[in-house]
Design a protein around this ligand. Structure first.
Ligand SMILES: [Zn+2]
Length: 177
């Protein structure tokens, strides 16, 4: 059995690999080259669901928002901030098979936290944790509907939101209509 990964082990990897680092362009340099990203991906925080891999991304091409379950509601403030900064043209929502968000329950999480910090019940009750209680496809549809129905998202952008389910076994991105 291999030893559990530690923070120090990661810092050691970093130190050992620092000589491979190449300077990353500044905003000004990217802007001058006309290469500001205009596509956002909202997906799960799961370490097995990596847009960098399944979309074969190069550095700086796409802005990625990750949270448990790939919730568009959780990603909303970030999407609005980035849209303000670079003007997004497309949003891609990607859920994935075997997602942990289909296992945990928001209610259970709320109860656990409230037992620990009962003084914060109101704050906790207002929080969503991204659990998926439907099929993955229906969850994608709900998330797209959320974006398209949000008064805060520009209509041109909301019209161009698309959704998929990533199959972790086959690697396929299956479009959800
Ligand atoms: Zn997941």
């Amino acid at each position: 059995m291999t030893a559990p990964l530690t923070v120090q082990a990661l810092l050691d990897r970093h130190a050992n690999g620092i000589h491979q680092h190449r300077p990353i362009p500044t905003f000004a340099e990217i802007g001058a080259a006309g290469k500001l990203p205009h596509i956002a991906v909202v997906t799960c925080a799961d370490t097995r669901c990596n847009p960098e891999d399944f979309l074969h991304l190069n550095l700086g091409e796409v802005i990625i928002f990750r949270n448990p379950g790939g919730s568009t509601a959780s990603a909303l403030p970030g999407l609005l901030a980035i849209d303000n900064l670079v003007t997004l043209e497309d949003i891609i929502v990607v859920k994935h098979t075997d997602c942990g968000a289909t296992i945990f329950r928001d209610d259970t999480i709320r109860e656990t936290i409230k037992q620990r910090v009962p003084d914060h019940a109101t704050e906790v009750d207002a929080m969503s944790f991204g659990n998926i209680t439907t099929s993955l496809e229906d969850s994608v549809r709900e998330n797209l509907s959320f974006l398209k129905g949000s008064a805060l998202i520009r209509k041109e952008l909301a019209d161009r939101c698309v959704g998929f389910v990533f199959d972790i076994k086959t690697g396929a991105l299956n479009r959800v209509e």
